[in-house]
Design a protein around this ligand. Sequence first.
Ligand code: GLA
Length: 423
Amino acid sequence: MAVVFTLAFVLAAGFLHTVDCEDNGLGLFPPLGWNSWCTWASCGQKGASGKMHDVCNETEIRSVAEAMLSNGMHALGYEYINLDDCWGSEERAADGSIQADKNRFPSGIKNLTDWLHSKGLKFGLYTSAGVTTCSSGERPKPIPGSYGHYEQDAQTFADWGVDYVKIDWCNTKVNGTELDYEKVHTEFSKGLNATGRPIFLGLCRGYPYPPPDYTRQVANAWRVNGDHHDEWSKTAEIIELMAPKEIADFAGPGGWNDPDFLMTGGAGCDEAASTHCPGMTDTEYVTEFTIWAITASNLLVSTDIRNLTDIMKTILLNEEVVAVHQDKLRKAGYRVGTWHCSDGSAHCQLWARPLNGGAYAVALYNADSESHDITFEFDLIGWSGEATVRDLWAKKDLGVKSGEFSMKVPSHGSVFLKLTKPT
Ligand code: GLA
């Protein structure tokens, strides 16, 4: 069925906004990198055999970093190597300072960080605002969160040379009372700033949706949703949350929306290190990356980049799509309009993002369970006259078009276009 977007849809009226962000000089562009969570199995969790099997020790982290340096990712701008939950020891040191698990990181975090920095990479760590971390309940003994130690932990992270901290929100009920998220996030942010080391701060929940204003004043990124898993229903749910213009307007230089990790290529099997077990189709992974890129969101891959499958190469190493994500104008895109493309239960969608120099990125996303021809009229994004249209995933020029553009989009798929003025 052909779908034509008409002017009856929400117009892309003014992408202008002002952003009053965390003033630590970081997050001028949305971050690109890797995170340990979900690679093979959630950090610290057991596979079916009962064996602990995850990417969370210094040898494995180094091998992930080597992969990022040699597989083309670093050359495209991916730079963060971030550890999620379970890097920490179950005990604090005698002086109360947080410590790494000595079995996993026998050489210490500082050593690892120095090595990553010497390679031109950046390093991130996870903590929780609460008494213990989020996965603690699944472990024989819980891992301490930063509660009661916000300043001390901020200083430890700075001393270790950490570049990025994700602060999660678990086990935050203390003496029967839930912690005040704004107070805690502000205190932790101030603690990081007081160290004198610029550290990118990513907030992971605690606050409602849409994130309250204070988040962008104290942090460089904020989660907008619950956890993303390697399954289409989760991805589709997150895409809905990322759609409103208000969410796009919330982001800008200094602070970005975080729809959680990318599952590109599959979260992987917990038993067989080298095997990817994709929970989504290649088409769905393309849509995931398209929406994360057009919305200028955190792009942190949490699948095993040491063994790039074909679809991972196609997606993660597409320099034209990464260039849209990192575009100099730094305006996040949003959903401009939707159309009931079949029985009314699903939608064909038009997303757009203005780019530097008057160009536009446009995504035609088909959330329906069957394929559709989607047509969009240029004036919906305020474009007048002709446009040279390039298909970013196919890396192909589609010619000069006048007024509108049509293309068949597979079920759950996305076509990602760049429109420029014909020369
Ligand atoms: C929460 C977060 C996840 C991950 C886990 C770690 O669920 O939302 O991103 O950090 O905790 O335990």
